[in-house]
Write a protein that binds this ligand. Structure first.
Ligand code: KG4
Ligand code: ZN
Length: 388
């Protein structure tokens, strides 16, 4: 009996057994490229991401990724809904869900074709269980469950932020554990101490808006449309630094929490005072970007100081920001620390990070997992406890 037949046989016999997860934990200092070494059984995992406005699918081979994690990524494909939502100035959840329905299966087909494999080569299907938009998550979860059931392979729920957090391990310059992670996306801004896969300690987080939200809301006030972050950043590149002063809440002091809602209010007041015409827009954008980047850099350095670590990782959509990358790079170099990022195309939402996060776990009874699925639109990362 081949391994595949064995897995299928068990899946049929125990299809209603509860899902139990086991995290692969590495000792501190272990190189990340040996991530799968001791525990994980070889698996080709199809990852499905549909938490917001991007449909992402990827195929990850944990055997190929055994030496260098990035070698395990066989193929990934993405469809961005940006153009569809642009007319509405933001994500319309109902439209997002409907579009995911149209995209998931064709993207999965494309990924398999790109990898030169057929569906039979898939050993497990992973999906983003949360956090995210409930309807959008349900589409990915339902599609993944259907695929897994059809192929009689295990179904693996993945935490979206864990995907972002581990995505730098897929880069050409992967970090080593332990590290401090700055997670900056459209919905989250968190600093975390990461001791290994599943070993996460929250050091600080935003008490109101996320950094991505600050970019997006400021962009909206400047009439830049959606998505705001990249547009505001492009405009800021032409702006004069220091022409407008904006607040940097919670910058001073030892705490590692963030606050960005006051910045949005200040931008609103500034735009009311000076307008958002071509003679001021780039300078306002520059002031916004500088304020957000100043805060993110200062808190990240404080987190390194307080944790005694010298390795920083920045992940999530805002980590694609060129000014943030430059400033974090310079600040870390000045103190002998290193900073690591996912490749630019894996900074924003994608299926690769979902397939990879699933590969970093070890289903205790992979073949016995059932096909019931659930989504968790609000799901604190800290709920992912260690299971040894
Ligand atoms: O991680 P992500 O794709 O989705 C979430 O999980 O939220 O992050 C999206 C966020 C948006 O707020 C977007 O404006 C921001 O990341 N973003 C950027 C840049 N690229 C994406 N913000 C600033 N500069 C960028 N280059
Ligand atoms: Zn995300």
């Amino acid at each position: 009996m081949t391994r595949r037949e064995h897995v299928r046989g068990q899946a049929q016999e125990h299809s209603h057994a509860p899902v139990k997860w086991r995290y692969l934990v590495l000792p501190a200092g272990n190189p990340a490229h040996r991530l799968h070494a001791p525990l994980a059984s070889p698996m080709r995992i199809l990852g499905v991401e549909t938490s917001c406005d991007e449909t992402g699918v990827a195929l990850y081979d944990s055997e190929r990724g055994r030496q260098r994690a990035r070698d395990g990524l066989l193929a990934h494909a993405l469809h961005s809904q940006v153009r569809m939502h642009a007319d509405y100035g933001g994500v319309v959840p109902e439209l997002a869900s409907r579009d995911h329905v149209r995209r998931v299966v064709p993207l999965a087909r494309r990924v398999l074709a790109d990898a030169g494999l057929d569906a039979d080569a898939v050993d497990a299907v992973a999906y983003t269980r949360g956090p995210g938009l409930a309807g959008a998550l349900l589409v990915g979860a339902g599609a993944a469950a259907g695929l897994a059931f059809g192929l009689s392979v295990p179904l693996i729920p993945v935490h979206h932020l864990e995907g972002h957090l581990l995505s730098p391990l897929l880069s050409h310059d992967p970090p080593e554990f332990p590290f401090v992670a700055l997670l900056v996306s459209g919905g989250h801004t968190q600093l975390m101490r990461v001791g290994g896969v599943g070993d996460y300690m929250l050091l600080g987080e935003s008490i109101d808006d996320a950094a991505g939200e600050a970019f997006d809301k400021s962009a909206k006030l400047l009439g830049l449309g959606y998505p705001g972050g990249p547009a505001l950043s492009a405009l800021a590149a032409r702006g004069t630094p220091g022409r407008f002063a904006l607040p940097r809440p919670l910058l001073k002091g030892a705490g590692l929490d963030f606050s960005f809602s006051g910045l949005k209010t200040a931008v609103g007041l500034l735009v009311r005072k000076v307008g958002s015409g071509p003679e001021v827009a780039a300078d306002i954008a520059r002031a916004v970007e500088d304020a957000i980047v100043d805060i993110l850099v200062a808190k990240s350095l404080k987190a390194l100081d307080q944790s005694g670590l010298d390795c920083l990782v920045a992940a999530g959509g805002v980590a694609a920001n060129a000014t943030l990358r430059k400033r974090l790079g310079d600040a870390c170099a000045a103190r002998g620390a290193r900073v690591h990022y996912p490749e630019i195309d894996l900074c924003t939402d994608n299926g690769a990070m979902i397939a990879f996060a699933a590969a970093c776990r070890q289903p205790r009874q992979a073949a016995g997992a059932g096909y019931d699925f659930s989504v968790a639109p609000r799901w604190p990362l800290m709920e992912l406890g260690l299971v040894r």
